[in-house]
Ligand binder design. Structure first.
Ligand code: SAM
Length: 242
């Protein structure tokens, strides 16, 4: 936990910030916070800031004086369309995706996604939120990615995506794709990356994406696990300026 993230409802406009529960325990037991110590803070979907420890109360709560940055951090310009992986991988990915920084996550169906995957607790709003918050606390961000779940791929690509603000680049990650070098690309604007299911995209799906302006992107013939592909591709796109 590199940053302490507070819910907007935890903040009172005039009084000190009060930490309770796990976050207070972390500050006491791991950070050994003493009065005067400065801690990195954020408000979910709000600004980052710094908190100075004022003291610890007998019930274990911690009081802080907070100073907030004027504006929240910028929203990441990369969105991710991810074919639903196995539930245990999905659960592991929520914090990874939030720490890497994505604006929006479309969880999608694909031919090789098992139907039962959509009925798993890994897609419960509370699980999603807890995982994303863990990643934001790790990375020093406050903006929860927007998550939507799409049990049908084609209506997502054909009907939903065109209603969103335009992307300046769209990529479909596919090991068979003719290789595109990220280094040779002009700088990106808003970007959408589609990562396939564990069985891979089928040719019809690759065609569907191509017809909707997605350029194929390959990391070469070594097939990566979905979670590794997410981390590498999001990292590369960000390094290339997305
Ligand atoms: N059995 C599948 C295949 O052979 O295509 C493997 C799919 S892989 C576990 C899941 C997804 O990660 C792929 O659909 C693709 O989006 C992405 N991926 C994995 N390795 C990749 C690579 N070398 N280049 C581009 N994308 C890759």
């Amino acid at each position: 936990m590199n940053w302490l993230l507070l819910e907007p409802s935890d903040i009172s406009p005039d009084g000190p910030v009060v930490l309770r529960g796990d976050q207070a325990r972390h500050v006491r037991k791991v950070l050994h916070a003493a009065p005067g110590q400065r801690l990195r803070l954020g408000i979910v979907d709000g600004p980052l800031g710094i908190g100075e420890v004022l003291g610890t109360d007998p019930d274990g709560t911690i009081r802080l004086r907070a100073e907030w940055n004027p504006a929240p951090p910028p929203r990441p310009r990369i969105d991710l369309l991810l074919a639903m992986p196995r539930p245990k991988v999905m659960r592991r990915l929520w914090p990874v995706l939030a720490s890497l920084g994505v604006g929006r996550i479309f969880i999608a169906n694909a031919w090789k996604v098992e139907r039962g995957y959509f009925d798993t607790p890994a897609l419960d709003p509370t699980t999603i939120r807890a995982g994303l918050l863990e990643g934001l606390r790790q990375a020093g961000d406050t903006l929860l990615p927007e998550v939507s779940i799409h049990r049908r791929l084609r209506p997502l690509v054909e009907d939903v995506l065109p209603t969103l603000p335009a992307y300046s680049s769209r990529w479909i990650a596919h090991p068979d794709a003719a290789s595109t070098s990220l280094a040779s690309l002009p700088s990106f604007g808003r970007t959408l990356l589609a990562i396939g299911p564990e069985g891979g995209w089928i040719p019809d799906e690759v065609d569907l994406f191509r017809r909707h302006g997605f350029a194929p992107l390959s990391l070469g013939p070594r097939i990566l696990r979905t979670d590794t592909a997410c981390a590498v591709l999001l990292g590369l796109l960000q390094a290339a300026g997305a």
